[in-house]
Write a protein that binds this ligand. Structure first.
Ligand SMILES: NC(=O)C1=CN([C@@H]2O[C@H](COP(=O)(O)OP(=O)(O)OC[C@H]3O[C@@H](n4cnc5c(N)ncnc54)[C@H](O)[C@@H]3O)[C@@H](O)[C@H]2O)C=CC1
Ligand SMILES: O=C(O)[C@@H]1CCC=N1
Length: 280
């Protein structure tokens, strides 16, 4: 990295922490390059200082004047208030990276009333260990250089795909929320193991390695998931018997509807802010 940029996070919750952890763990950023702010929770900022050695402050002027990149990491419902509070300290020379679900770059541009470059991104919490699947897209005033800065940042914490902004809703439903679907599956596997009387530690190890092994197979094998699945299913065997129950419960259909509903919710979150803006 040429000039060492300063990255200021507005919002210090789960996603900000996943990014900070990933950035620090990557060793490609100095601690001094990262600043974290939130609305008022001083203890949370102290936690960031203790855990990651990064500066936390509620002084927005200090945090933003020095910032080259401002990362919006608050909940969608808080975006209006947050942008209002940071607006006095922004210039069009700074780059905004928003990881907020559903909120369009156009809404942020309008709320700020600035011709400021914005990159909208959808990472996931696996950023913590450098394994996020992130997709990004450009706002009206962002150019290739801004995209390159964002890409460099997200590449240090996982993979990066460039997408049309409209597609970010689907990305949110698929990979932004995605880790939660996998954790939910693991919860169910743990419950089954417990019901079946398996030792907790043994089942934990078996489940973990089963998930890791399957993920690595998907990554390294050229075979389609359905082929890999059929290789496990002996006719009249256990897998066939188990999967027939999943079919009974319409498991695949449930997953499809889950991702579609999450995508829809992302659109609703964007529309809610647009409605508020229209009334103002
Ligand atoms: N948690 C996840 O897996 C992912 C979250 N996101 C997005 O990241 C954003 C943050 O999500 P989480 O970290 O899960 O939420 P969170 O609730 O854990 O954190 C939100 C943070 O924003 C702060 N905040 C609220 N209002 C503020 C204001 N006016 N000024 C400054 N800070 C303010 C809160 O104090 C808190 O630190 C959301 O928009 C979400 O859609 C995106 C991808 C994945
Ligand atoms: O649940 C949410 O709204 C956020 C966006 C993607 C993951 N978590």
């Amino acid at each position: 990295m040429d000039k060492k940029l300063t990255y200021t996070f507005i919002g210090a919750g789960s996603m900000a922490e996943a990014m900070v952890a990933g950035m620090i763990n990557s060793k490609l950023f100095d601690r001094e390059q990262l600043i974290v702010t939130n609305r008022s929770n001083v203890e949370r900022l102290q936690y960031y200082k203790q855990q990651y050695g990064v500066k936390g402050t509620n002084n927005l002027k200090d945090a933003l004047e020095i910032a080259d990149v401002v990362i919006l990491a608050m909940k969608p419902k808080d975006v209006t208030a947050a942008l209002e509070s940071i607006k006095p300290y922004l210039t069009e020379k700074k780059l905004i990276i928003s990881v907020i679900a559903g909120i369009s770059t156009k809404s942020i541009e309008e709320l700020l009333g600035l011709k400021i470059p914005i990159i909208r991104a959808m990472p996931n919490t696996s950023a913590t260990i450098g394994q996020s699947a992130t997709a990004i897209s450009q706002g009206t005033f962002a150019n290739h250089n801004h995209e390159a800065i964002a890409k460099r940042l997200f590449l240090t914490i996982g993979t990066v795909s460039i997408v049309d902004e409209d597609d970010l809703h689907a990305v949110t439903g698929l990979s932004g929320s995605g880790p939660a679907y996998v954790y939910y599956l693991v919860e169910a596997m743990e419950k089954a193991a417990l019901d079946l009387g398996l030792d907790k530690d043994v089942s934990k190890e078996l489940i973990l390695q089963t998930i890791i092994g399957a993920a690595e197979m998907l990554k390294s094998s050229p075979k389609h998931p359905s082929v890999l699945r059929k290789e496990i299913m002996s006719p009249g065997g256990t897998t066939e018997a188990g999967l027939s129950v999943l079919e009974q419960y319409k498991y695949q259909e449930a997953m499809v509807q889950c991702i579609k509903r999450a995508t829809e919710r992302s659109k609703e979150l964007g529309a809610e802010i647009e409605n508020i803006m229209m009334k103002q």
